[in-house]
Design a protein around this ligand. Structure first.
Ligand code: NAD
Ligand code: UDP
Length: 340
């Protein structure tokens, strides 16, 4: 069985390659390397002791995608490729609609032509928007508040329409909460370009001395210490959820051939709790300042995990200290990321 992993050279995709190679699948990666490096794929091969196929290309190039699906006789696609920064999406919305919406449309058209109709799609908890009640269940209203989230919702809707039109499609939509951490080997991890937008890579760079201090966005939220609370999930748990979701596709029948499920831990941690946990894991001091809230942030966001347990027989196993220790191990072994 050969799986096409789009965006497989990226942070989550490279961990997914390891999980699927370890599970015995053949893997073909399609990536345009706009936010990654082939070193992650060499490392994924090193961890698993197996080879994968890398094809440099763009998901928006329908003919190329169709050709490679046929050439490698792929049976399913896991679709990570896309742009993911909320702030950037407000400045460059067209780039986001192009990459995420048009890119997925072209990919689906190529899949339809090649007769490949099993798909796992990377969605995001961002599709829920401002939480009306917590924990967030999959039935919560979908009301994203930024262009990035809207591109994910448009794709979700497109997938639901496609599945309804043809019982041959089997589609799993996975709504990620906050992926962090790295493979325990320290060979692959998150390697953001420029100033990190997300909390964990920022904390990491303060711990390693690349940045002086963390700006904590807001200490006046109605949370236990006033700082924002999120559901951080270890990236290896997250990609194991993809393997379970892929297996769950074979249990779908024609009437109910598309599911959406949260991938989170169900636990929320505040920014200050993350700082403390990282200090313990790294034995470094993380200096920080409180600054005003970041526009568009919500106070709290964490997952209801029941559906994932019932449908996928999956729940996250790794704890906050594993997330911090594995991140620190990756950074200590690769202080300049993949460019070392
Ligand atoms: P990433 O940027 O590390 O990986 C994305 C990969 O896709 C990169 O290797 C990039 O080069 C490639 N890519 C981008 N556009 C492409 C295109 N048009 N054609 C081919 N390749 C292309 O990001 P990630 O953190 O691994 O995220 C993967 C997916 O998960 C994304 O769809 C993202 O929206 C989603 N997601 C991520 C998070 C998160 O916090 N990391 C949270 C929720 C959802
Ligand atoms: N955050 C922060 N400083 C940073 C980056 C993030 O205080 O430099 C806070 C942010 O306000 C939120 C939490 O950390 O409460 C997680 O933010 P992140 O951008 O990692 O994830 P998201 O907002 O997408 O859930």
């Amino acid at each position: 069985m050969t799986i096409l992993i789009t965006g497989g050279a990226g942070y989550i995709g490279s961990h997914c390659c390891v999980t699927f190679l370890d599970a015995g699948y053949d893997v073909v990666v399609l990536d345009n390397l706009s936010n990654s490096n082939t070193a992650s794929l060499t490392r994924a091969e090193e961890i698993s002791g197996r080879k994968l196929v890398f094809e440099q290309g763009d998901v928006r190039d329908q003919a190329t995608v169709e050709t490679l699906l046929k050439r490698h006789e792929c049976t399913a696609v896991i679709h990570f490729a896309g742009l993911k920064a909320v702030g950037e999406s407000t400045r460059y919305p067209l780039a986001y609609y192009d990459n995420n919406v048009i890119g997925t449309h072209r990919l689906l058209s190529a899949m339809a032509n090649a007769g490949v109709r099993d798909l796992i799609f990377s969605s995001s908890a961002t599709v829920y928007g401002e939480p009306q009640q917590l924990p967030l269940t999959e039935e919560h209203s979908l009301n994203p508040v930024n262009p990035y989230g809207r591109t994910k919702l448009i794709v979700e809707d497109m997938l639901r329409d496609l599945a309804a039109s043809d019982p041959g499609w089997r589609i799993g939509i996975l709504r990620y909460f906050n992926p962090v951490g790295a493979h325990a080997s320290g060979l692959i991890g998150e390697d953001p370009l420029g100033v990190p937008n997300n909390l964990m890579p920022f904390i990491t760079q303060v711990a390693s001395g690349r940045r002086e201090k963390l700006n904590v966005f807001g200490n006046d939220y109605e949370t236990r210490d006033g700082t924002g609370v999120r559901d951080y999930i270890h990236v290896v748990d997250l990609v194991e959820g993809h393997l379970r979701a892929y297996h769950a596709l074979s249990n779908l029948d024609g009437r109910d051939n598309c599911f959406a499920v949260n991938l989170g831990t169900g636990d929320g941690y505040s920014v200050l709790e993350m700082v403390k946990a990282f200090e313990r894991a790294s034995n470094r001091i993380i200096s920080y300042d409180f600054v005003p809230r970041r526009a568009g942030d919500v106070a709290e966001c964490f997952a209801d995990t029941k559906k994932a347990q019932e449908l996928l027989s999956w729940s996250a196993e790794r704890e906050l200290h594993n997330m911090c220790e594995d991140t620190w191990n990756w950074v200590c072994k690769n202080p300049k990321g993949y460019s070392d």
